[in-house]
Every structure is written in C-alpha cells, then in structure tokens.
Design a protein around this ligand. Structure first.
Ligand SMILES: *[C@@H]1O[C@H](CO)[C@@H](O)[C@H](O)[C@H]1NC(C)=O
Ligand SMILES: *[C@@H]1O[C@H](CO)[C@@H](O)[C@H](O)[C@H]1NC(C)=O
Ligand SMILES: *[C@@H]1O[C@H](CO)[C@@H](O)[C@H](O)[C@H]1NC(C)=O
Ligand SMILES: *[C@@H]1O[C@H](CO)[C@@H](O)[C@H](O)[C@H]1NC(C)=O
Ligand SMILES: *[C@@H]1O[C@H](CO)[C@@H](O)[C@H](O)[C@H]1NC(C)=O
Ligand SMILES: *[C@@H]1O[C@H](CO)[C@@H](O)[C@H](O)[C@H]1NC(C)=O
Length: 509
C-alpha cells in the first residue's frame, strides 16, 4: 500500500517536471501575442502562461482576477490587469520550500533575485491576500527568510544567487567580471554587489507588510535579527562624510570596474563623488542599478525614513529589540529632517545631493523616485513641495523627461533619453487625484504595450521600440495601481462607483 502510494507520488512529481520542461521560456512567450484578444478597441492578448507552466497557484489571486474581470468597465484595462496581477506568481517563483522556509524569486529573464524587485513584485500587490491565503503567506515568509540570510551576510549587495538548498546552479554575471568590490563577495551567493540603500528598504518593507497582513511574528528569527543589525551597520557607515576632521579618507565600501570590464571604472578608487555629513545615508548606485552622480539620493532616503519608522512600530508591537526600535526612530527622524533641510530649494526637491552644496535636479523612473514620494508614504500628494517638484519633473526642466508622438514620460540613463518608462506613469497616478491626469497616464500605458498586454521597461517616444518584454516588477506595480484606483476612484475604471477592496466585499473566499 505504502509502496504503491510512493510510486504514484514519484510518478506525479515526474509528470509535473516533464510538463514544466515542455513549457516555453517566458522571455520568449512574452514577446508574442497569444489568444484570445480582449474585446476592447486595443484587442490586447492573453499573456498568462498555460496553467501547467505557472510557478505558483493561488486561489485568492484567481478570485481577485475574476472579481476585477467582472467589475472593470474597459475590457482592455481588465485584460492588462489579468495579465499583470498574477505575473509574479505565474512566472518568477523558481524555488519554494516550506520546510526549508526558503523561496527564490527571479525578476524576469535573469535567474537572480533582486531585493528591490522582489519586495515590489512579491508583495506590494498581494499583501491584502495573505490573511486569506495561508500558502501565499508561507511563500512570502520564505522569501523574507531567504533575503534575511543574504542581507546578514552581504548587506551591501542587491542581487543574489539561488540558495544552495534549491539545487539551482548560480548564474554567471558578465557585468561582474573584472569588478573589484570591497567588502569582497562570494559569487556563488552574490549575483551583483552594487550598493543601493533602497534594496535594504525593500527587505524592510516586505517584512513589515507581511507582519501587518498576518500578525505572525515568526519571521523574526536569528537570520532576520542578524540582517537588521547589518542594516544599521550600513546606515552608520554610509552616513559618514568622505573625510574626517583630519582629512582621513573614510571608505567602508568601494566598487570599481577594470580594464576591459563591461562595468566602467568608478572614480576616486571606486568610491564615487565625495560627500559631506547631513544626516542622510549615502548610496553608491541608484535603483536603476546605474552609478549615482551624488551619494545622497533623496527618494531612497525618504523610503528609508518611512521604513525605519514602520520597523520601530513592528518591534514595539511584538515587544522585541527595544534598542533597535529606538535607533530606528532616531534615524527615521534624522533622515526626514535632513531631507527637508538639505535637499529642497525654492520648493523643489533635488534627486541627489552631496551634502556640500551641490544638487542634481532630475528624476529617474525607477522607484524610489521623487515622483513616487506619495506612494512611498513620505508625504501627501497635496504637499506643496511635492506638487511644485512634480510639475518640474513632468516637464523639460527634468533632463530625463521626453515626449513624442507615441509616448512621453520619465526615463533615465539606464536605457537612454528617448525611452521613458511606463513605470513613471504608474508613479504619477499614485501621486495625483486628478481624474484627467489619471486617465491620460493609464491610457498612455495601455496603448504602449507594443500590442503585448504587459508592462515593459521602456518605450520609445516616437519609434516602435521598447525594452524588456518580461519585467515582473513593472507588471506588479501596474496591478497594484489598478487595485488602488478600484478602491479610491472606483467610478473611473469600474462599472459601478463602489469601492473594491481586496480581501473584503467580493473577494471573500
Ligand atoms: C498550478 O496548477 C496547475 C493546474 O491547474 C498545475 O498543472 C501546476 O503544476 C500547478 N503549479 C504548481 C507550481 O503547483
Ligand atoms: C566566480 O568567480 C570565479 C573566479 O573568477 C569564476 O571562475 C566563476 O565562473 C564565477 N562563478 C560564477 C557563477 O560566475
Ligand atoms: C575600500 O573599502 C575597504 C573596506 O571594505 C577599505 O578597507 C579600503 O580602504 C577601501 N579602499 C579604497 C581605495 O577606498
Ligand atoms: C540590540 O540588542 C541586541 C541584544 O542585546 C544586540 O544583539 C543587537 O546587536 C542590538 N542591535 C542594534 C542594532 O544595536
Ligand atoms: C532641520 O529640520 C528640523 C525640523 O524641520 C528643525 O527643527 C531643525 O532646526 C533643522 N535643522 C537645521 C540644521 O536646519
Ligand atoms: C463616484 O463617487 C464619488 C464620491 O461619492 C464622486 O465624487 C465621483 O464623482 C463619482 N464618480 C463617478 C464617475 O460617478
């Protein structure tokens, strides 16, 4: 009897593996439209992989898709939601073990886990479902534990290799060849060690959102505590100026390319531009993975201030690590004050400053961005300084804003100045109450998916060129925005003017 069952089980596991092996790679699948098209004027394709090829199944997620399909009035917008909302679970869960409490989530084409992308992909738009879908909650907890291990060991790095328990092989990163990074890293664990302070914020956001949705404090284990200590180490180290009072050079982290390496040299022996002390925390690279011009990235510090405050709230709620919660509150306030005191001139936030008087006024589409400050929870969208800055960012005065016959928006140097990112329009929608502005941005996105019904990385203002057909973060951010509109502006996108709140009303399961 037992033997029979076992054989049956082995047979089933094999069958699933064989079925998965026949699944087309989603990076190819996402470049071609699939039937049936939506019934709206855009006729957007159906881009979910076949059920047997999906990397995680959630009945709660399916329920939200059904609800939204019946509620959204424009079938094209409904189709975009249907394609994007489950994209992370459909395509990016490369490994999940409940017993090991580990999960590995990729960002898209590259088989590596970015702390930032994962926090956004994995969670932001699913969090209200965790209380109704215990399996999904277990997945998120496993992601947190996997990330806690990474952060505890390599707090300066942002992208990682699969955990050894998964049996998945590490991926070679051509861009890391010839790069010297200090503190040094092991390339079997680290995929890329660019230091981006918002990566650590992503980990904090994932943790506190999990706790808020489940009230389960079991994520707070030794790995997590070790990770938190390392985050404070980085905050202390990277808030220091380049020179001490005796002009001793202070460097805790440096990263440089070499001769012939794909990643170019970084000036000042891999340290980038010098900085003063302001109370802000420096970063080496931006959320786009591009090198920072000046170290103090305003939006990343805004996110850090917000997340440290949440961290303190969670720790106080579970009555643990009072020393950490105290430090978190102090830092949160110090950073908040330093943003207002040192980055704003004439009611305009700088994107980056160096703490010595220099500022770079611009915005990049990648979140955290200045345009996304209300989304990040740093300020209200009615804040006068935000409104003034926003006006500037969506105009020629922002060097990375561009407009053409097809598309407009904010991009960044990661692609080029002619390719704004749809993501900037999602941030713009989160930052306004104007129905006209919301609909304009929403339809610019919808009309510029290259007929593929997914949210791409960037889109040319005038040509039919785009980058990255499979970008799980952008898909998730779009779906999160649609759910936000369904709640705060239902009449704009739903057939009835009644708020739809995930986990309530229709989606009771
Ligand atoms: C998801 O469900 C489908 C059946 O609808 C199944 O074929 C597939 O293996 C499941 N995926 C996972 C990861 O369990
Ligand atoms: C790690 O670095 C070593 C030494 O440079 C190299 O031989 C190896 O291929 C690298 N591994 C990966 C996964 O990139
Ligand atoms: C690079 O960083 C390490 C610490 O990780 C430090 O010991 C070293 O002095 C730094 N080197 C330079 C050239 O900044
Ligand atoms: C907080 O206190 C604990 C226990 O004494 C200690 O292990 C930890 O390093 C402290 N954390 C910070 C960030 O100071
Ligand atoms: C910074 O801002 C805070 C709060 O707005 C204020 O109390 C403080 O005096 C300011 N500090 C400096 C150095 O301007
Ligand atoms: C929906 O209701 C709100 C508040 O009651 C109202 O301000 C808004 O104009 C309505 N929208 C539509 C499209 O009916």
């Amino acid at each position: 009897m037992t033997k029979l069952n076992l054989e049956f089980l082995v047979g089933t596991v094999l069958a699933v593996q064989v079925a998965m092996a026949q699944c087309p790679s989603y990076s190819i699948y996402s470049q071609m439209p699939h039937d049936p098209p939506s019934t709206g004027p855009l006729g957007l394709p159906y881009m979910r992989p076949a059920p047997a090829c999906r990397t995680f199944n959630s009945t709660a997620v399916e329920k939200v898709i059904n609800d939204m399909n019946s509620l959204i009035k424009d079938p094209d917008i409904a189709r975009l939601f249907e394609n994007t909302f489950p994209n992370t679970l459909d395509t990016t869960v490369k490994y999940f073990s409940e017993t090991e409490n580990l999960a590995f989530i990729i960002t898209g084409r590259i088989s590596a886990q970015w702390l930032r992308d994962t926090a956004n992909q994995q969670f932001a738009h699913y969090h209200s479902l965790l209380s109704v879908d215990p399996k999904l909650a277990t997945l998120v907890k496993a992601v947190i534990n996997n990330e806690a291990r990474y952060v505890a060991q390599y707090p300066y790095c942002g992208a990682f290799q699969p955990p050894p328990e998964s049996g998945l092989p590490p991926t070679h990163n051509d861009w890391a060849d010839g790069v010297t990074v200090n503190p040094p890293v092991n390339n079997n664990t680290v995929f890329e060690c660019k230091f981006e302070i918002d990566s650590l914020c992503g980990f904090l956001k994932l943790s506190r959102s999990y706790y808020a949705a489940t009230k389960d404090a079991s994520f707070l284990n030794d790995n997590w505590r070790a990770a938190i200590d390392q985050i404070f180490r980085v905050i202390n180290e990277q808030s220091q100026p380049t020179f001490d009072e005796n002009f001793n050079f202070i460097s805790y982290y440096n990263w440089t390319g070499g001769n012939g390496a794909l990643s170019p040299m970084v000036n000042n022996m891999g340290n980038g531009e010098p900085k003063g002390y302001t109370g802000l925390v420096g970063t080496h690279h931006r959320p786009s993975d591009d090198l920072s011009v000046f170290a103090f990235l305003t939006p990343a510090n805004a996110m850090l201030s917000v997340e440290l405050n949440y961290l303190a709230n969670v720790l106080d709620d579970v009555r643990q690590l009072h020393n950490v919660s105290q430090q978190a509150r102090e830092w949160s306030k110090r950073i908040h004050d330093a943003i207002w005191n040192t980055t704003v001139v004439d009611n305009i936030f700088a994107y980056e400053t160096n703490g010595l008087g220099s500022r770079y006024v611009m915005d990049d589409a990648n979140v955290p961005s200045l345009l996304s400050l209300p989304y990040l929870g740093f300020l209200e969208k009615s804040n006068p300084t935000y409104r003034e800055t926003r006006k500037l960012l969506l105009s020629r005065r922002n060097p990375y804003y561009a407009a053409g016959k097809n598309f407009n928006g904010i991009g960044g140097p990661h692609i080029d100045v002619l390719h704004p990112w749809p993501m900037s329009h999602i941030s713009a929608i989160f930052g306004t109450d104007s129905d006209d502005d919301i609909l304009t941005s929403l339809y610019l996105i919808a009309k510029n998916t290259h007929g593929l019904g997914l949210i791409h990385e960037s889109q040319s203002i005038a040509e039919s060129t785009y980058t990255r057909s499979w970008f799980a973060w952008a898909n998730s951010y779009f779906a999160e925005m649609i759910l936000d509109l369904a709640q705060r502006k239902p009449g704009l996108i739903l057939s009835s003017n009644e708020s739809y709140v995930v986990g309530q009303h229709h989606s009771q399961i």
